[in-house]
Each structure stands twice: as structure tokens, then as C-alpha cells.
Write a protein that binds this ligand. Structure first.
Ligand SMILES: Cc1ncc(COP(=O)(O)O)c(C=O)c1O
Length: 391
């Protein structure tokens, strides 16, 4: 006898408070998949393949039977290689004991924020910024304090000084998503000055550190004496190495902060995929030329996008200093989500609404140049048509 369907009463379930807090405050949107005639300038990931030697390392690792649990803090060889790399960036020796391998940058951010923030703690973030930070702070029960950026999308240091008073934590990314701005040494030194003598901690998310087009060497928060001792450095293999799907990232910071993050990370994730860590080790050791190759390509595409955008009336361009984003302001009196929806459905181009990244992102669009040159030219052409019609 086939089973007969029975009607059951709806499950009396309400999600936990953490879920409700994230849902109530989150600005994150699910992007539609590209397809048909849609040109996507919406993606936050490289369109390059992972370098071949990295993929081959994963194959070799599998063939060698490396299919067992990895140590909870990560593979020792990978942590040693990263300690050496970070020592070069910091200009002072870095201990592998203070490195935690994470499930991508996302889990590194989650582990560090949940390891630091208690309910009611004040956490300052720039507005606009990468929207995950606020969701994680809300998950922890903390209070997000968004600080509007200056008109040039750099930090407004006066506002930041006021907001940082009594803050447990300041979280930022450099280079910036969605702004494409690079916060240079002077700006970071000013931040260190504001924090001097306070117990406020910092998370510096440097996911796009290899994509700095300012012509000056990139300054990591790690390299500043005034920041290093209070900062968790968050990094990922996703962007520099075109490894978004591999899900490997890492944290470095003062021991007690890393131990706290490790406790959370181990509880949520267990250990990180062994094969992916073996591949990541080969990436650290062998990919400098690949990073340079992809970087040169992004730089050329950035120029194409900038030139094409500059032709569009009513758009105020941002300085495309780093990452692979441009964040122009438009002069229509329409919310960015509405502009983006119209551009996608009627004009066949996908971009991200500035409002997704904070209230002060409204009036902006985020365009990614991690797309090929042809898509950039065609996408910006469609954007121009759309904006002209919406006027
Ligand atoms: C600034 C920033 N940090 C972290 C991440 C997350 O990286 P992952 O893919 O390693 O989780 C992203 C992804 O878009 C990002 O833009």
C-alpha cells in the first residue's frame, strides 16, 4: 500500500533570536544567476580559473589519500608558510602559532567577530562597507554603529573619532568593497592615533590587498606599530588566487584573540578541508606570477570601465584605487534597488545596489570589473541606455 498523505499542523517554530536579528537588519541580497542575454557586472569574484598548479596539487593530495581530518588550527605546513609571508608584510617575525586557517574569509570574519563581541557591545563599521560585518555583529547581539564615509569615500576621521568612543571593535576592509578605495599609510596612522590609549580592537579585512592600483605599495594594518597589537588580520585565498570555491582563508592576531576565534571556528566548522589546504600551500609558494598576471588584467579592465563610465551624463565616478569595484554615484531620485531592478529586467545588465552596503551607499551602484573586457563595454553601454531612459 502506498503511504497516504496526511495533513499535519504547521510546526510551531520560530527561528532563534540570532536569526531574527540578522533577518531584521540585513541588507544582503541574493544575486540572480547570469543567463540568457544578461551581462553581469555584479559578481564579487574573479572570472579567472584557479592557477593550474594549485588544482593539480589538490588532485595529487587526493591521490595521496589525504582525505582525513586536518588539525583544528589548520595544516602546520600552511600555517608556517603563511607566518613567513605575514612576517614580511608586518616587518617583524610572526608566529605560526597565532595563525588560524578558516573556512574562507567569511568564517574568519565570523569567528573573529563572534569571539570578540558580546550582546550590547558597540561595533563601528564604515558606511558603506561589506555587508557581512553588520550581519555578524547582529548575530552576536552587538550594536552596529555605521559611520558615513567622506564624500571621496575615504574615512571621515572626525566622525570616526566620535563614533569610536567606547567602541569594542572597529571593522573595515582595505581595499574597500564596495568602494574600491585604498586606505593608505597616512589614513591608517590617523586611525592608530584615534585608538591610541583605548581598548578598542580592530579587524582589518585585507581580502583585496593584492589589488592596489594606486602606484604606492599597499600598506597592511599589520605593518603599523600602532595597530598591530590590537588588530585581527583577516585574509582569504578567494580573490588573489581566484579560489572562491575552495573556501580557504586565515586569521592572524594577538594570541588571545586568535584563541577566541579558534574556539568559535572549531565549534562551527571542525577542521578545514585537508585537500583545499594542501592546494592553498602550493598557491602561497608558487603563485606570485599568477597574481601579477591577473592583477595586470584587472588593471586594464579597470581603465576600460573608467573610460566608458566617464562618458555617461549624470554619473559621478569614484576613484578606482583598488579591489575590482567602481562605485559611481548617479543623479536620479530613485533608490538604488529600483535602479538595479530596472537595469536588470529591462536593459539586461546586472550591477549591485549601493544601498546593499549601508544607508550611505544609496545613490550609488557597485560595478565589478572582474568580467572580461567585452562584457564591461557592453554592460556599461546598457547601463548608459538604462540611466538615460530612467531620467
Ligand atoms: C571584503 C571581503 N571580505 C571577505 C569576503 C569573503 O571572502 P570568502 O569568499 O573567502 O569567504 C569578501 C567576498 O566578497 C569580501 O568582499
Amino acid at each position: 500500500m502506498p503511504p497516504t498523505a496526511t495533513t499535519t499542523a504547521p510546526l510551531p517554530f520560530a527561528p532563534a533570536g540570532a536569526v531574527a536579528r540578522i533577518a531584521a537588519a540585513s541588507r544582503r541580497t541574493q544575486q540572480p544567476q547570469s543567463g540568457g542575454d544578461l551581462v553581469s557586472l555584479a559578481m564579487g569574484e574573479p572570472d579567472f580559473d584557479t592557477p593550474a598548479q594549485v588544482t593539480e596539487a589538490a588532485n595529487a593530495s587526493l591521490r595521496a589519500g589525504r582525505t582525513h581530518y586536518s588539525p583544528l588550527l589548520g595544516e602546520p605546513a600552511l600555517r608556517e608558510a603563511l607566518a613567513e609571508k605575514l612576517g614580511g608584510i608586518a616587518g617583524t617575525p610572526v608566529s605560526a602559532a597565532d595563525i588560524l586557517i578558516t573556512q574562507g574569509g567569511t568564517a574568519g570574519l565570523a569567528a573573529s567577530i563572534l569571539g570578540i563581541v558580546d550582546p550590547g557591545d558597540k561595533v563601528v563599521v564604515p558606511d558603506p562597507t561589506y555587508s557581512l560585518y553588520a550581519d555578524l555583529v547582529n548575530m552576536a547581539g552587538g550594536v552596529v554603529v555605521p559611520v558615513p564615509l567622506a564624500p571621496d569615500l575615504h574615512w571621515d576621521l572626525d566622525r570616526l573619532a566620535v563614533a569610536l568612543d567606547g567602541a569594542k571593535l572597529f571593522v573595515f576592509c582595505n581595499p574597500g568593497n564596495p568602494t574600491g578605495i585604498v586606505h593608505g599609510r597616512a589614513e591608517l596612522e590617523a586611525l592608530a592615533g584615534l585608538l591610541d590609549g583605548t581598548p578598542t580592537l580592530v579587524i582589518s579585512d585585507e581580502a583585496y590587498a593584492d589589488l592596489d592600483f594606486t602606484g604606492r605599495p599597499f600598506t597592511s594594518a599589520l605593518s603599523l606599530d600602532g595597530l598591530r597589537d590590537r588588530t585581527v588580520y583577516c585574509q582569504t585565498f578567494s580573490k588573489s588566487y581566484a579560489m572562491t570555491g575552495w573556501r580557504v582563508g586565515y586569521l592572524w592576531g594577538p594570541s588571545p584573540l586568535i584563541q577566541a576565534a579558534a574556539r568559535i571556528h572549531n565549534t562551527f566548522n571542525g577542521s578545514v578541508n585537508t585537500v583545499a589546504q594542501d592546494a592553498a600551500l602550493v598557491a602561497v609558494r608558487t603563485c606570485d606570477a599568477d597574481i601579477a598576471r591577473m592583477r595586470a588584467e584587472y588593471e586594464a579592465r579597470r581603465e576600460i570601465m573608467r573610460t566608458e563610465l566617464a562618458r555617461i551624463p549624470g554619473l559621478t565616478l569614484s576613484s578606482p584605487e583598488g579591489a575590482f569595484y567602481q562605485f559611481p554615484r548617479y543623479d536620479l531620485d530613485l533608490p538604488s534597488a529600483e535602479v538595479v531592478a530596472a537595469l536588470r529586467t529591462t536593459y539586461g545588465v546586472a550591477v549591485r545596489p549601493g544601498g546593499e552596503f549601508g544607508a550611505r551607499g544609496e545613490g550609488h551602484l557597485r560595478l565589478s570589473y572582474a568580467a572580461d573586457a567585452e562584457s564591461i563595454t557592453e554592460g556599461v553601454r546598457r547601463l548608459a541606455n538604462g540611466l538615460a531612459d530612467l531620467r
